[in-house]
Design a protein around this ligand. Structure first.
Ligand code: HEM
Length: 430
């Protein structure tokens, strides 16, 4: 097992030229302001224009249709996931210097680790995401939701919902899942803030340095934490993974356990923050559907599926070809980065009837692609959906009059993949 090619944060891919024969789009980028503000109408136009094109500004081949995205996900030998965590823009010298600390050495373990190692590690991480462990989190999520709502109701109205609720709850949930002590929550939330900007956003050099410093501090914390759990195990995901390492050290190495712990707190945090916010944005701007959930909470699970389709927190993902191949009828060489546009596939009219309508009763809402497919299918999909369900159950019960403050700008920060408002002002009847 070499650790070199498996380092966690690789340099961005070099920009490639358009593969010959591939249509070229000179204008569109997922970082264009109009797309960041409202991606779906534009994503529909891109899909209607064709299944594949080269986005010149991004340097990626983009695919727009569900069937081609599924094809890519289901053929990991041709479409490798090694680039999924790579920063889109080069890391500046100052941030690179921070990450060059000799003890900063997490390895790629999950989404960006190729086979066969990924499969070897996933056997154990998957076992750790068992039903019992997720079930035992449910009372915690409900209790914390009610505590955060108590604080909201006791405080000022309107309030900013991300600070008050949507950032702390998923962070604390994934920290309990991993086994981090509650006493460290504030420290951990601070270190894990803004991680999505590092690999998928457009951070300034100063922001890169600040995030890199937090990543380093958090990695050091993960190493100390892993050591402590190794010596004194508990009933948590980290201890379960360490037990697997203890029993079969050739199957999962100690460094790999540390690295899974390091990666999980990101995977399980900001995407869920965004999903909870996107759920509120969609439901509260379709008031009749929010009211239906308040009247009949058994509708909530399907409403969550519809939010994941209609207004996902993750609207793209990446791959890179390992060999020359043909994709959507176009020949592309080895080394071609591929951008899978979930936003266009989740609104495909031959799969979803009236795809631009938000409908909590949609029977095939769960056919969305937002959690990926195949060998890297999101390990936290169940947890993310359960969290969002429990949050909505608590909110419709406690604050049925909840509404969005009118005329606010719902601004998503520049990011090629993660989508959700940076601020969400809500109010309710006092
Ligand atoms: C709304 C929330 C979430 C979305 C939209 C989401 C989406 C995704 C997607 C698209 C992938 C596929 C990666 C690929 O094929 O390369 C993925 C992988 C993964 N997700 Fe999530 N995720 C979410 C929440 C979570 C949570 C809560 C956790 C854990 C607590 C988690 C853990 C993971 C892990 C470990 C992988 C890598 C799996 C592997 O490579 O085998 N995710 N996620």
């Amino acid at each position: 097992m070499t650790e070199r090619g498996n380092s966690y944060h690789q340099a961005p891919d070099a920009m490639i030229a358009a593969p010959s024969g591939c249509p070229v789009n000179h204008e569109w980028s997922p970082l264009n302001d109009d797309y960041l503000a409202e991606p779906y109408a534009i994503a529909n136009e891109l899909r209607e224009a064709g299944p594949i094109f080269f986005a010149e500004k991004l340097g990626y081949v983009v695919i727009t249709r569900m069937e081609d995205i599924v094809e890519v996900f289901m053929n990991p030998d041709i479409y490798a996931s090694t680039n999924v965590q790579n920063p889109v823009f080069p890391i500046g010298d100052a941030a690179a210097a921070v990450l060059a600390a000799p003890d900063f050495n997490p390895v790629a373990v999950m989404s960006n680790r190729p086979e066969p190692d990924h499969g070897r590690i996933r056997v154990h991480t998957r076992a750790g995401f068992n039903r019992r462990r997720i079930r035992t989190l449910e009372p915690y999520i409900t209790r914390r939701s009610h505590e955060l709502i108590d604080d909201m109701l006791a405080g000022a109205c309107p309030t900013e919902f991300i600070d008050a609720f949507a950032f702390p709850l998923p962070g604390e949930t994934v920290f309990r899942f991993i086994g981090f002590p509650e006493a460290d929550d504030e420290l951990l939330k601070n270190w894990c803030n803004d991680r999505k900007a590092f690999s998928w956003g457009r951070p300034t050099e100063q922001e890169q340095v600040e995030i890199a410093e937090k990543m380093l501090a958090y990695w050091r914390y993960c190493r100390d934490f892993t050591k402590a759990k190794f010596e004194k195990p508990g009933d948590d995901f980290a201890s379960e993974l360490l037990a697997a390492h203890r029993d079969t050290p050739d199957e999962i190495s100690y460094r790999e356990v540390e690295s899974v712990i390091y990666g999980l707190s990101f995977a399980g945090h900001e995407a869920v923050t965004n999903l909870i916010c996107n759920a509120l944005v969609s439901l509260l701007s379709h008031r009749d559907q929010w009211d239906q959930l308040a009247d009949d909470p058994s509708l909530i699970p399907n409403a969550v599926e519809e939010v994941v389709r209609f207004n996902s927190s993750q609207i793209s993902w990446r791959r890179v070809t390992t060999q020359a191949t043909t994709l959507a009828g176009v020949d592309i060489p080895a080394g071609t980065p591929v951008f899978m546009n979930f936003a266009s596939a989740n609104r495909q009219p031959d799969i979803f009837e009236q795809p631009d309508e938000f409908d909590i009763h949609r029977s095939n809402a769960a056919h969305n692609i937002s959690f990926g497919k195949g060998i890297h299918f999101c390990l936290g999909a169940q947890l993310a959906k359960i969290e969002t369900r429990l949050v909505l159950e608590a909110l419709v019960d406690r604050i049925p009059s909840l509404r969005l403050v009118e005329d606010q700008q719902l601004w998503s920060s520049p990011n090629i993949t993660f989508r959700g408002p940076e601020q969400l002002l809500v109010e309710w009847d006092k």
